[in-house]
Design a protein around this ligand. Structure first.
Ligand code: PLP
Length: 399
């Protein structure tokens, strides 16, 4: 009996693969500051649970494959705030943004097709694209340059006859890089020139700091037929466990074909769709508060990182991650040291090593991603532990 070559070639997510080691440390009473995963500690708005409690149907039945119409309508109203006019047929409700991404790649990629992705990228893109037998064609970005990638010459250099699409996460995970209107225009023009799909993962849309504008690729009419938007309630409404997201496109052919797979998987969980319907109706005051809180966390985290000698990073403009170069050769090795050997007052810290966020071999070994999803005091303490851990690591003879 044999497994597929495809699945055997895949990686374990660097965001989660050290969890068993963390569990061992916790079993001995060690407190771990979890800066490795984008799991916010913000309380999920109470309307989510309240609307589920009010669910009064006697049978918890399958929903229709596209999702509950009232959730689609709630999403339509939300996007009106971005001057976008969507229709129910443009929206497929999915089990998180993750399922939406899987469906998109399965629907667009033939074996060997290439997807242009700025690296470092959200590591699970590799998994989703490999599952569809696609190939990531990376555009390498750099800490010193704020991880920017919307340069026509760099994008052009990545195009081959196999290029099928360009995949954007904006605001970016893991870099926090955020596109300006000019950057978005560059990407739209690039996609038109080479007849590419634009996959716009905008699950962090509201997390735009320092007064930056919240945007969507859905606002560009001249590329409406080639844009696919990924949205999710996980981050915006701190509802990761609900597993509700959506795929949005004005391209009827794509939507009709994605629906074949969506019908096969039947539907998303009904109760969570009921809760999500209420979330999408929340007004700006909810986001304003959350955004201010994350901006504070970002500032504290960035200042704390700068205190560690040898760290290279720019202050990110959006999402809730900072990727930086560290003064060590191998951040996976450092993480193992932090989880197994280093303790201060029986505390240690966990982050995501960044090598798995790169397609180019050898890159990212000395980088890591921090998610600033804990309150400001905990972020400061977690990063202080990182600095002290590096000192101890080096004192123990590691490079
Ligand atoms: C860029 C990006 N896209 C999609 C997802 C998937 O989120 P979910 O499946 O919870 O909606 C994540 C989760 O971290 C993410 O960072």
């Amino acid at each position: 009996m044999k497994l597929s070559d495809r699945v055997q070639a895949m990686q374990n997510s660097p965001i989660r693969k050290f969890n068993p080691m963390a569990a061992e440390a916790k079993a001995t009473g060690t407190k771990i500051y979890h800066l490795n995963i984008g799991q916010p500690d913000i309380v999920t708005p109470s309307v989510f649970m309240e609307s589920i409690k009010g669910f009064d149907q006697k049978v918890l039945a399958y929903a229709e494959s596209p999702g509950l119409p009232e959730l689609q309508d709630s999403i339509i109203d939300y996007f009106k705030g971005f001057d976008m006019n969507l229709d129910r047929k443009d929206i497929l409700i999915t089990s998180g943004g993750s399922e939406a991404l899987t469906l998109v790649f399965l629907s667009l990629i033939n074996p060997g097709d290439e997807v242009i992705v700025a690296e470092p990228y959200y590591t699970n893109y590799l998994t989703f694209i490999q599952a569809a037998d696609g190939v990531i064609k990376p555009v390498t970005t750099y800490a010193e340059d704020g991880y920017k990638y919307a340069y026509m010459d760099r994008l052009e250099a990545a195009v081959t006859e196999k290029t099928k699409m360009i995949s954007i996460v904006n605001p970016g995970n893991p870099t926090g890089c955020i596109l300006s209107r000019e950057d978005m225009r560059v990407i739209c023009d690039f996609a038109k020139k080479h007849d590419l799909w634009i996959l716009a993962d905008e699950v962090y849309r509201e997390f735009a700091y320092d007064g930056r504008e919240m945007t969507s690729f859905g606002q560009y009419d001249d590329v409406a037929d080639r844009v696919i938007i990924i949205d999710s309630i996980s981050k915006r409404f701190s509802a990761c466990g609900a597993r509700i997201g959506c795929l949005i496109s004005k391209n009827a052919d794509l939507m009709a074909n994605v629906m074949k797979i969506a019908m096969g998987r039947l539907c998303c969980p009904t109760l969570e769709m009921v809760g999500a319907t209420a979330l999408y109706k929340l007004d700006d005051s909810f986001f304003n508060e959350v955004r201010a809180e994350y901006e504070k966390r970002r500032n504290v985290s960035y200042e704390a990182l700068k205190k560690i000698p040898g760290v290279v990073c720019e202050q990110p403009g959006g999402a809730f991650y900072i990727t930086c170069k560290m003064p060590v050769e191998n951040t996976e090795d450092l993480l193992v040291f932090l989880l197994k050997e280093f303790r201060e007052n029986n505390e240690t810290v966990m982050y995501a090593p960044a090598e798995g966020f790169y397609a180019t071999p050898g890159l990212g070994k000395n980088e890591l991603r921090i998610a600033y999803i804990l309150n400001a005091d905990d972020m400061a303490r977690g990063i202080e532990l990182l600095g002290k851990g590096i000192e101890a690591y080096k004192a123990a003879g590691h490079k």
